[in-house]
Design a protein around this ligand. Structure first.
Ligand SMILES: Nc1ncnc2c1ncn2[C@@H]1O[C@H](COP(=O)(O)OP(=O)(O)OP(=O)(O)O)[C@@H](O)[C@H]1O
Length: 264
């Protein structure tokens, strides 16, 4: 396995090169390639089954492509263990939320910060020597992130029972606590109200600016994707069918045929 570098290219690009991945007879990804430049918001769109989640799972190393590759800066992700991806500066949110229901909002956020350290969460829970002062510092940073996301009031409440829109922001807080350079956002608008989606768009733009990060955004909500993305990649049946600015992709005939007719 390749050593994970935590220094080096500070704002790496994500480069997906000719990635193919089959599940039995189905080519979930078929020669897909694109780049997310440093600091860029890249929207990834496509109808159900287009391959978006599979691509996400290749970036986070849940899956390994049959051929082609994914790199972050000059690091080939195929040579990085799945749990080390976050230490490279890539953090994700989950479509169906991946929070610990009985832990507080603060504890869930701190868990995200520990993901980037070797000793991690278990050491903190077990009270290993030297972890207490670091734990205090990490909690302080987590509280700052919660304040940014307007979550201070619920910091000490268990995740269980909080409104869905609030939990979506806790997911984002957990990912941000890992200090990513690239955020992978898996359908962040799913289940949100119109007002919450508008606020989410503003929030993603603000986080990009304040945290100097980029984002790969898998999303069915066309309004959100087209309003905040610098660059949009459209997929259908495992293939890339368009790649350009929101206006270019919106005008692309194959995208209109494949997708925009049934957009939200
Ligand atoms: N674990 C798996 N085993 C078998 N086939 C799979 C698996 N995961 C995905 N597929 C297939 O791969 C293709 C791409 O699926 P994927 O979930 O990546 O699409 P998607 O664009 O994320 O869809 P959605 O918008 O519905 O989430 C589909 O045909 C799907 O049925």
């Amino acid at each position: 396995m390749q050593m994970v570098r935590t220094t080096g290219t500070d704002r790496p690009a994500l480069t997906v090169t000719d990635v193919t991945l089959r599940f039995g007879g189905v080519a979930a990804l078929d020669g897909v390639g694109f780049t997310v430049a440093p600091g860029e918001i890249c929207g990834l769109i496509g109808p159900n089954g287009a391959g978006k989640t599979t691509l996400f799972n290749c970036v986070t190393r849940i899956y390994r492509p049959d051929s082609g590759g994914v790199s972050f800066g000059d690091t080939d992700l195929a040579r990085v263990r799945p749990h080390d991806v976050v230490r490279l500066g890539i953090a994700r949110t989950f479509q169906n939320l991946a929070l610990f229901p009985s832990l507080t909002v603060l504890q869930n956020t701190v868990a995200g910060a520990h993901a980037r350290h070797q000793a991690g969460f278990a050491a903190a829970l077990l009270g290993w020597p030297g972890t207490r002062s670091r734990q205090r510092r990490i909690e302080g940073e987590a509280m700052d992130i919660l304040a940014e996301l307007d979550l201070t009031d619920v910091a000490h409440r268990p995740a269980h029972g909080l409104p869905y829109g609030t939990l979506k922001r806790v997911e984002l807080a957990r990912a941000l606590a890992a200090r990513p350079r690239l955020l992978l956002l898996d359908e962040p608008a799913g289940g949100l109200t119109h007002a919450e989606v508008r606020d989410l768009g503003d929030l993603i733009l603000r986080l990009r600016r304040d945290h100097d990060l980029g984002a790969l955004l898998v999303e069915h909500h066309m309004g959100l994707v087209m309003s905040i993305s610098d660059h949009v990649v459209a997929m259908e049946f495992g293939r890339k069918i368009a790649d350009g600015t929101p206006d270019e992709v919106r005008a692309e005939r194959r995208v209109i045929e494949a997708y925009l007719g049934k957009a939200s």
